[in-house]
Structure formats: C-alpha cells, structure tokens
Design a protein around this ligand. Structure first.
Ligand code: GDP
Ligand code: IMO
Ligand code: MG
Length: 429
C-alpha cells in the first residue's frame, strides 16, 4: 500500500494539479492539507481545462476528495467550485467531497484586511492573492478563528462573530481606512453557506484512517511550493502555511509512519508570482520566451509569472526539507527551441560559493547565481510518449537534474494534457 505526498518544490505553479490528477487514477482518496483558494491547480483532460482552487485535483478521476483541517476554506468559493464541477457532470456530493470540521473558515473581514494591508504597504507589498489567506491563518493561531464545525452551528457562529467583529472593524476602519463589515449581513450569508455545506462536514482524520485501514491508497495534495512555506520559504514573501510535506500529517490528522513516499513537482525552469527574491530570474528575451511559450500567467490572479532558469540550490533545499523520494519534471516542452540551457548550481556570495539557501534576504539579495550551461534541443517534444524517443539532450538534462539532486525522476511532463506524460516509475504501483 502506498500513501504519497505531492508537493511543489519551487514557488508554486509547478504543475501539481496535473500530476495529482494523473496519479489520482491509482489512489482511492485525495486530500488537500494546507493553503486555500490562493491555489490554482490546472487539469487538462480531453482538451478541457479545469482549474481547481479548493477541491482536490482527484475529483475528475472520481476519487474521494477530502479537504483537511490544515486548509482555510472560503465557503463561497467552495460552493461555486462544486456548482461549476457539477455543471460539467463531475459528481461533488457528500460522498465524493468532504471537508474537515476543524478547517478554518475564511470570513469577509479577513479578505478585506488582506487587500487593505497590501494597499497600505504600497511598493513593499507581498503581492498576496487577496483571498484572505494570511489573516485567516493569523486568526487560527490567535484562537479567534471560526471553524467549519462552528459555521454549521448557527448559535456558535453568531457568538464567535459577535466576539471577533468589533476588533476586526476597528482595524479595518481606524487603521486600514477600509469599510467596516456588518454582522447581520455576514451572519445571514454564512448561515446559508452552512446549510449547503453541512452534509459535507466530517472528521477527516477519521475518514483517512478508516480508508487506510481498508487498504485504500491516499494521495496528499500540497498547494503553493516549498519556497512559499511560512518557516522555510523566502519570508516574509511567502504564504501563511507550511507547504512542506511534513504538514501533510498535521493538516489532515495522520502520523508520519502513514506516508510512504514524497514526490516533488519541479518545473523544468523556475517561475514566481508576486514579490520576493528570485536569484535565477531572467530579465532578457529568454525570460520572455519562457513566459510566453509557457503561458506563464497565474491560474488564480491572472498575473504574469516571473521566469528564470532551474535553480538547484532551491531544488536541493526542497529535497532536504520534504524528504523527496521522487521528482516529477513538468513543462519540459517549453524549453525546446533554446540552443543552450542554464542550470543554477550554486550562489556566489561575497566571492564565496554557497550551495545552501540563505535565511537572510539581505544575503540572498547579494547572491549571484552560478550557472552550468548544457546544450538545448530544437525538437518539439510535446507529442513524445516514450522516454527513449526523447532527444538525447533532453535525456541528458533530466539525468543532470537527477545527478545534482540525488533523487530519481519518476514522471516527465511534456504538455498540459493528462496524456502528455511519461510515467517512468509510478510511486503508487
Ligand atoms: P499548480 O498550481 O502547481 O497546479 O500549477 P498551475 O496549474 O497553476 O500551473 C501550471 C500550468 O502549466 C497550467 O497551466 C498547466 O496546464 C500547465 N502545464 C502543466 N504541465 C505542463 C507541461 O508539461 N507542459 C506545458 N506546456 N504546460 C504544462
Ligand atoms: P499553487 O498551489 C503561486 C503566492 C502569492 C504571493 C504569496 C502570498 O497554485 O501553486 P497569499 O495569498 O498566499 O497570502 O500570497 O504567495 N502564492 C502562490 N504563488 N502558486 C500558488 O499556489 C500560490 N499561492 C500563493 O502570489 O506571492
Ligand atoms: Mg497554481
């Protein structure tokens, strides 16, 4: 029996949605364990594109999909997504989709605080998705959050709202210069969400354990990426949750011994949305080539993604932080057409070579990437379905990533479609 965690190794948007959708065929249960609708996970099946923000990317394979306690859930977004999927004939009833009683609920004041803070910060903004993610996690830790179990109990919802709203409105009005939120309006709105969602609200830890006890395989779906992790990422230019594999346990209520493998999804180059350091970023025509050929626009906010070369310092950081047992290399097709490809193998800081990722953003800002140059390829590889048929320089690039990371490449993706993939070693079978 295999239970595999799939996480992003870079700054998000590595193609996790595609890989989760593909591998979900071999899993019985797919569970999201952190983040919220800041995520945008794209699946393309039979030419049709579906972007999921909250619903786990196993839904198109008809698998049981769970939203764990570590996720922050915007109920309006969840309902909208369920309606959208059901409109496409994808069942999303309480048997297919369940949400943890302990998941935190994103409230309108958290969204407003997120947006108003970014506005106030001006040029120093983080570039958040404006979905209220940070403020929702803040309230969780401050112990004034509202959980799904509170949402579906009208009395509890009103009591909690009455306790928390005066402080939030004070902050919104007096400090952030934004409009206050009316208690009755959100109480009514959220009670209607509660009615719709109540049949889906369960104890996810119990559901996952029961499934594992019956010999069913679990896929833990990460969101964001390792370098957006609240502890290990480029703080403060990060998201507000732990995105590393260890949080798969905490975020749905299982112990570490239940996880049998960790797959890191790696874009064949690097991208980042929002502000923050990015040592191998390209500001030239190659960066523009990757942006345009890779259609690098955020799946959630539509913002242009910054692009750069593959950075082994950050990939090796992800190998260590997540305990990676396999890699899925995505968007390899996008690199086609370049005569030469660079791989950042270390940073140079004050004349010294560094191969670990610095904690200080001041140090990072002074780090220069050190590159190794490899030969590119001109061929279009997007229709190739056998590893042996890939041009030799593509194979060499993959072998170089394996050698530099010490982790085997298990999946190679050459296009957005589910079937544009080579599975070299399926972690589930
Ligand atoms: P996620 O957040 O990690 O799930 O990634 P996103 O869905 O936000 O962004 C990845 C984008 O790349 C999506 O538009 C995918 O459809 C697309 N994609 C995934 N794998 C490949 C690939 O191998 N080649 C190409 N060209 N596109 C891909
Ligand atoms: P997926 O799961 C890429 C980035 C935002 C911003 C920072 C903080 O699709 O890979 P937040 O709204 O979380 O407080 O924003 O994190 N960010 C992502 N970037 N992919 C994501 O998710 C992201 N989720 C958050 O752009 O820089
Ligand atoms: Mg995304």
């Amino acid at each position: 029996m295999a239970n595999i965690v799939i996480i992003g190794t870079q700054w998000g948007d590595e193609g996790k949605g595609k890989i989760v959708d593909l591998l979900a065929e071999h899993a019985d249960v797919v569970v999201r364990f952190q983040g919220g609708n800041n995520a945008g996970h794209t699946m393309v099946v039979a030419g049709e594109k579906v972007i999921s923000h909250l619903v786990p990317s196993g839904i198109l394979q008809g698998k049981t999909c769970l939203i764990g306690n570590g996720v922050v859930v915007d109920p309006a977004v969840l309902i909208e997504e369920m309606d959208y999927l059901q409109g496409k004939g994808v069942p999303c009833g309480p048997q297919q989709l369940m949400v943890s009683e302990r998941a935190q609920v994103i409230m309108p004041y958290q969204r407003e605080i997120d947006k108003a803070r970014e506005l106030k910060k001006g040029k120093d903004k983080i570039g958040t998705t404006g979905r209220g993610i940070g403020p929702a996690y803040e309230d969780k830790v401050a112990r004034c959050g509202i959980r799904m179990v509170d949402l579906i109990d009208p009395q509890s919802l009103d009591e909690k709202l009455a306790a928390v709203l005066p402080e939030k409105n004070f902050l919104l009005e007096k400090f952030l210069g934004a409009a206050p939120i009316d208690l009755n309006t959100i109480s009514e709105q959220y009670k209607s969400f509660a009615k719709r969602l109540a049949p889906h609200v369960v104890d996810i830890s119990v559901v996952v354990h029961r499934a594992m006890g019956q010999g069913r395989q679990v896929l833990f779906e990460g969101a964001q990426g390792t370098h957006l992790d609240i502890d290990h990422g480029t703080y403060p230019f990060v998201t507000s949750s732990n995105t590393v594999s260890g949080n798969a346990c905490c975020g749905c209520g299982v112990g570490p011994k239940d996880v049998t493998g960790v797959m890191g999804v790696v874009k064949a180059y690097t991208t980042r949305v929002g502000a923050g350091p990015f040592p191998s970023e390209l500001f030239d025509e190659v960066g523009e080539y990757l942006q345009s050929k890779g259609a690098e626009f955020g799946s959630t906010t539509g913002r242009k993604r910054r692009c750069g070369w593959l950075d082994m310092v950050i990939l090796n950081n992800a190998v260590r932080l997540n305990g990676l047992t396999g890699l899925a290399i995505t968007k390899l097709d996008v690199l086609g057409g370049l005569d030469q490809i660079k791989i950042c193998t270390a940073y140079r800081y004050k004349g010294r070579l560094m191969d670990t990722f610095p904690s200080s953003l001041k140090v990072l800002a002074e780090c220069e990437p050190v590159y190794e140059t490899v030969d590119g390829w001109r061929e279009d590889i997007s229709q190739i379905s056998e590893y042996g048929r890939l041009p030799v320089n593509v194979q060499k690039y993959l072998q170089r990533i394996e050698a530099l990371s010490g982790v085997p490449v298990q999946i190679v993706s050459v296009g957005a479609q589910r079937d544009q993939t080579m599975v070299l070693d399926n972690p589930f079978v």
